[in-house]
Design a protein around this ligand. Structure first.
Ligand SMILES: O=P(O)(O)OP(=O)(O)OP(=O)(O)OC[C@H]1O[C@@H](n2cnc3c(O)ncnc32)[C@H](O)[C@@H]1O
Ligand SMILES: [Mg+2]
Length: 167
């Protein structure tokens, strides 16, 4: 199958390649059409839907996949949230979310002043492109669950739901 993933972030592309290891997976930069830093489940999911739809209409595409990262509030805490969407040629839409953990106050305050998580994490970890490597989830779980593994789980949830409908 020809599959497009709407991002060139290696944590997202590798997750899709791992789960769809027998398929032809291509990465393509598409617009999420939401804020660079989504601030709710709804907005993060919308970004993933927009990316997946763009991918599903690419030439020869059989499946389009969108993965989007954001944050969401529960009471006074901000949690990492990630959503994945798979769109097939019948325009069926499958959705799944990833594991979530709370962010420390220091990161929360930075986000509230309008800064992006990617930039805040690089400063926090004194490293470059955390979002393309272990991610915030990797840093705050001491490397136990990294961003690619979290997205792999999301893509498995999408694949399983879609496969069930193909029987
Ligand atoms: O190229 P794309 O696919 O856009 O990849 P991205 O790393 O920008 O990822 P998202 O747009 O999905 O995430 C929205 C913002 O949140 C940041 N972000 C989300 N999850 C993160 C994580 O686990 N670690 C670091 N930054 C993260 C990311 O850098 C963006 O600023
Ligand atoms: Mg982005």
């Amino acid at each position: 199958m020809k599959i497009y993933i709407g991002s060139t972030n290696p944590t997202k592309v590798e997750a899709v390649k791992r789960v769809f290891s027998n398929d032809d997976v291509s990465s393509v930069e598409v617009e999420s059409k939401v804020a660079a830093q989504p601030f709710s489940d709804e907005e993060t999911l919308e970004g993933a839907v927009n990316r997946a739809r763009e991918c599903a209409i690419m030439k020869k595409s059989e499946l389009g996949i969108g993965l989007e990262g954001g944050v969401m509030e529960i009471d006074d805490d901000l949690f990492l949230c990630n959503w994945g969407v798979l769109v097939d040629q019948k325009e069926n839409v499958y959705r799944a979310s990833g594991a979530r953990i709370p962010l420390p106050d220091e990161i929360k305050e930075g986000l509230k002043t309008g800064r992006e998580l990617g930039e805040l994490m690089d400063a926090y970890a004194s490293s470059a492109n955390v979002s393309k490597h272990e991610g915030a989830i990797g840093i705050f779980t001491n490397g136990v669950i990294k961003r690619e593994e979290m997205f792999t789980h999301v893509v498995k949830l999408l694949k399983g739901q879609w496969e069930r409908d193909q029987q």
